[in-house]
Design a protein around this ligand. Structure first.
Ligand SMILES: *Cc1c(COP(=O)(O)O)cnc(C)c1O
Length: 463
């Protein structure tokens, strides 16, 4: 088989067309048990090349057997659907294959990344020499924010490691990357305080302040607060305005983890959910979650770009040979060779404008209202989530949500997950696919109801 890009682009087009057709006809790929995987698909790598025809057939089978995350039956993750202009940009980025480390390697792509960062900082209201970068995802954005905050507290940590007993604060409903970041950064998982939430899943800021005081009294060194804009399960928005007062008063870094809900900065209608965000020190959002841009597209911005340079800049004479550091983005990023994750967001943003992005977010909140109304107005359902959220958490009749989600998946009906809040378990429907309509949401509920009615005795009940 030849290494021939023209031929392979033809093959790509054919596979892409087959896949898109199949996605409509058969939105769920047949579930394959992990233990059957190698029997069903020829995944083995051999000493000798595959026969051309076998290679194509296997590739075809492989893509059609993969879960279809853009179909109308996929509600399992905080991403779903696709924006075609995002796909276009990402395909081009693959073809161009630059690395975002220096201007010399990526040229105008540096401008693409910088333009997005500038616009995002404007939308937030950062005005103290702001800047940012494109980490590999929300987890990495959170990790980088913790490192910046650590070094901002004490620059010596970069060279000498920890001396003081630093303490970070987040909500008990924060994303699990917070714990991992604490471990990776050398802070230690036990030095994160998980602050209790109110009945709506928002961090209780009074408890936050009393915990900080308590730690200060014990000669510990508070340095970082991680507030969440859209918690992973409930999509609850912490009160940034109140939390920012506490961070200012005690001189702590305030990071806003908007990986899920942070894209509300694009819409006047919902921006108030992150009121006070301009008073934070860093902020991130994932365009691959609510905006339909391919994985991963996470934007991390800081109010003062110097702190990114302090934590992530380093000398490397074999790499940085031309241009100012303003244009050598490797001086503010985690990786050295770094994929161009900006272009796909830029192509989409350029093509639909900020207004188009705002319409996508508004539409997703409309879908959430529609789904919530459906649940509230139907006695067979019980609602566990709240307004101004893209998560609709519910249980149907007395069916066990864990068993119901698994059976819906294994029987190729619909992909949806479950979550917990205050020890209650429930199904979590997320309206993060801007391509969906109310009809698609209604179809989700009908699919679930019909499946339950015809499998009543097979699904476990809650005690
Ligand atoms: C999804 C999510 C993350 C992690 O983002 P990844 O891109 O999956 O690493 C972080 N925080 C919150 C609140 C999230 O919902």
């Amino acid at each position: 088989m030849q290494n021939n890009i023209q031929e392979d682009l033809k093959l790509f087009n054919k596979l892409a067309n087959d896949f898109l057709k199949e996605e409509k006809l058969k939105p769920l790929s047949n579930y394959i048990k992990p233990e059957d995987l190698y029997d069903k698909i020829d995944l083995a790598l051999n000493d000798y090349p595959a026969i051309d025809d076998d290679f194509k057939k296997t590739l075809h089978q492989l893509i059609l057997s993969t879960p279809k995350s853009s179909s109308k039956y996929f509600f399992n993750q905080l991403f779903g659907g696709r924006h075609s202009k995002g796909i276009l940009g990402d395909l081009l980025a693959v073809l161009l294959n630059n690395s975002m480390a220096t201007y010399k390697i990526s040229g105008p792509q540096v401008g693409v990344e910088k333009e997005i960062i500038k616009k995002v900082c404007d939308l937030i209201g950062y005005n103290n020499k702001p800047g940012g970068t494109f980490p590999t995802g929300g987890s990495m954005s959170n990790f980088m924010s913790l490192i910046i905050a650590r070094d901002n507290k004490n620059k010596e940590i970069i060279n000498k490691g920890f001396k003081d007993n630093l303490i970070a604060y987040t909500s008990e409903n924060a994303h699990y990357s917070m714990a991992k970041s604490a471990s990776f950064s050398g802070l230690g998982k036990e030095n994160v305080r998980y602050i209790k939430c109110n009945e709506y899943g928002q961090m209780d800021f009074k408890l936050l302040e009393s915990q900080i005081k308590n730690d200060l009294d014990n000669n510990l060194v508070p340095f970082y607060i991680n507030a969440t804009a859209g918690t992973t399960v409930l999509c609850a928005f912490d009160n940034i305005e109140e939390i920012s007062k506490i961070s200012k008063k005690h001189n702590l870094w305030l990071h806003v983890d908007g990986a899920f809900g942070g894209a509300v900065i694009f819409t006047d209608k919902y921006k108030s959910l992150v009121q006070g965000v301009e008073k934070s020190d860093s902020f991130c959002f994932n365009a691959h979650k609510t905006l339909g841009v391919p994985l991963s597209t996470s934007v991390l911005v800081v109010n003062d770009v110097k702190c990114l340079e302090t934590s992530f800049g380093n000398k490397a004479s074999y790499l940085y040979q031309t241009h100012d550091n303003d244009y050598n983005l490797g001086q503010t990023s985690f990786e050295c060779g770094r994929r161009n994750n900006a272009l796909k967001l830029w192509t989409m943003w350029k093509s639909i404008g900020t207004r188009g992005i705002s319409q996508i977010i508004n539409h997703e909140f409309d879908l959430a209202d529609f789904a919530r109304d459906y649940v509230v107005n139907n006695d067979n359902y019980k609602l566990y989530s709240f307004e101004n959220s893209l998560s609709i958490c519910f249980n149907y009749k007395k069916y066990d949500p864990i068993d119901l989600c698994s059976k819906l998946y294994e029987n190729n009906k619909v992909m949806v997950g479950f979550g917990y809040f205050n020890k209650q378990c429930f199904i979590r429907l997320v309206t993060i696919n801007g391509e969906n309509s109310k009809k698609d949401i209604l179809n989700f509920f009908k699919t679930l109801e019909e499946f339950v009615e015809s499998n009543k005795d097979l699904i476990k009940k809650i005690k």
